[in-house]
Design a protein around this ligand. Structure first.
Ligand code: ADP
Ligand code: MG
Length: 252
């Protein structure tokens, strides 16, 4: 049975998608069967894995709204052990369309239960909001990974996120856990980066991953080639650290 991990932070640009794609690909390269679920209407995980959105027949929208079986919406990727349920801009409507539906927070959970047995890990790339798509993700998940960018105001907004996690734990998913906190885009040349690391470690203590993701230009180039870092530039620092992170996730 897969462990379902939501990669979430309502701030945009903190590394959720980069982490979903590259942690997913790294886990797959270590022999784990992985499903990526793109639940961000921007669909960056989808395009980052080289899927042309114009060619997508069924996306996560159809799974959530039209009761399409998640297997029908699954697409293969260039990596053998890695599959994806893509997102297209159609998903933008789901936030509103789900509001009046019955058990709207449970849609994703119910769908993923149908395919949980096929995988070791299911990673959900969340949108930059705490709306109904993120609540669906937190309800479906066993745990969350919170990427935090090593920048000014790193901790800003985290109390809202943790409050949402607590509300979901109370009302929808009592066993939801914090899997880990991931520091991203670290720049060793600045003092700021070190300060953020200290601050985040003080706050989250042993929940913070040992692996810290540095700024790496190859990581930002890979999506435009439709590839995870592990195939785009396997010798890069970015490939090395996401592989390290995957080993840490497996060891937990
Ligand atoms: P989110 O999904 O949280 O909005 P992304 O993963 O899309 O964040 O990252 C935001 C931008 O920063 C993207 O252009 C991405 O390529 C870039 N980026 C993410 N992580 C790194 C990194 N470690 N080094 C350099 N660029 C990065
Ligand atoms: Mg994203």
């Amino acid at each position: 049975m897969a462990k379902i991990i939501a990669i979430t932070n309502q701030k945009g640009g903190v590394g959720k998608t980069t982490t979903s794609v590259n942690l997913g690909a790294s886990l797959a390269s270590l022999g784990k069967k992985v499903l990526l679920v793109d639940i961000d209407p921007q669909g960056n995980t989808t395009s980052g894995l080289g899927i042309n959105k114009a060619d997508v027949v069924h996306c996560i929208y159809d799974v959530l709204i039209n009761d399409v079986h998640p297997k029908e919406a699954m697409a293969d990727t260039a990596l053998e052990n890695l599959k994806i349920i893509p997102a297209t801009i159609q998903l933008a409507g789901a936030e509103i369309e789900l509001v009046p539906t019955i058990s709207r927070e449970l849609r994703l959970k119910k769908s993923l239960q149908l395919v949980k047995h096929m995988f070791d890990y299911i990673l959900i790339d969340c949108p930059p909001s705490l709306g109904i798509l993120t609540v669906n993700s937190l309800t479906a998940a066993d745990s969350v990974i919170i990427p935090i960018q090593c920048e000014y105001y790193a901790l800003e907004g985290l109390s809202q996120l943790l409050n949402t996690v607590r509300l979901v734990q109370k009302h929808l998913n009592t066993t939801l856990q914090i899997e880990g906190v991931l520091l991203t885009m670290f720049d060793a040349r600045t003092n700021l980066g070190m300060q953020v690391i200290e601050e985040v470690k003080k706050y989250f203590q042993q929940k913070v991953y040992q692996t810290i993701i540095p700024r790496n230009i190859r990581l930002s180039e890979a999506p435009s080639h439709g590839q995870p870092i592990i195939t785009y530039d396997p010798k890069s620092k970015g490939a090395e650290v996401y592989l390290e992170l995957a080993k840490e996730v497996i060891a937990l």
